[in-house]
Each structure stands twice: as C-alpha cells, then as structure tokens.
Design a protein around this ligand. Structure first.
Ligand SMILES: [Zn+2]
Length: 145
C-alpha cells in the first residue's frame, strides 16, 4: 500500500526497502537486523511483540505520507538521484555512454550527456528521467527541510 511512498523516498536517496507481500515475522526480523524503521498503515502489525521502531502512517496521499515521514523522523539529509526508485539500488555514473545506447530512447541518447545506472537492476536514469512534477514537488521539500 505504500509503494508510491517508497518511490518518493528512494528518489530523495533514502535507503528504503519495500515489500508488497511479506510475512510479519520476516519483516520484523529484517527491520531488527538492519536497524530499520517500519513504515506501515497496519495498526495490527504494530501491536506485535518486537515491533518497537515503527511509524504508523496516517496520510492517505503518498505525497503527504512523505511529508509525514520526513517530519516525524526529522529527516534533513537528502541525496536525490542516488538510489534507484524501482529497487533501492545505488546509482553510479555511466562512464562509457556507448554502453547504454540500446537502453534509452535515441532522442535521449543524442541529447543527454550524463547517465546514471542502477548497480542492482541496471535501470538507466538521467536528468529529466523522472516526471517534472515529481521533481518540482521534491525540490520544494528539500528546500524546506
Ligand atoms: Zn534498480
């Protein structure tokens, strides 16, 4: 249910795992082992023993959920375009542009110089690969925090 929120957070460079469907016990174990905060809308989940570090998300809209997370966890360090929004992998600069020629539209390949590649899933990013509205909203958040 929080898939869109996860994407917003990753765009800001926040290390964010997302599970559409996971057993409670596994989720709780991962959170404990990796020292992560569980973000959830599930009031039942937070009552389980061992769930201490959590944030119960109240907002319905993913953008307001993001604001809620940033304000509650007092986040202020953002690093946009450092993580893959699809898989949370680290993005690295593509050194040899020719290598990604077949992975992006020709128009983009010809007009853009700097590309980033996800080290996990191989997805290619560039300045402008995220919808402009998405970026504008996040720029505002970054400025205000
Ligand atoms: Zn990826």
């Amino acid at each position: 249910m929080l898939g869109r929120l996860a994407r917003w957070m990753r765009f800001l460079g926040l290390d964010t795992l997302y599970f559409r469907d996971i057993k409670d016990s596994r989720l709780i174990r991962i959170a404990r082992e990796q020292d992560r905060v569980i973000l959830t809308r599930d009031t039942r989940l937070i009552q389980i023993r061992g769930v201490n570090n959590y944030l119960l998300i109240k907002a319905d809209d993913s953008f307001h959920q993001l604001i809620e997370v940033i304000n509650t966890l007092k986040l202020s360090q953002f690093n946009p375009l450092s993580r893959c929004v699809a898989c949370n992998g680290i993005l690295t600069k593509v050194m040899d542009k020719q290598k990604i020629k077949d992975s992006v539209p020709e128009f983009i390949f010809l007009n853009i110089h700097d590309f980033l590649e996800c080290t996990e899933c191989g997805k290619i990013y560039w300045e402008g690969s995220h919808p402009r509205k998405f970026k504008e909203k996040l720029d505002k958040i970054i400025k205000e925090h």
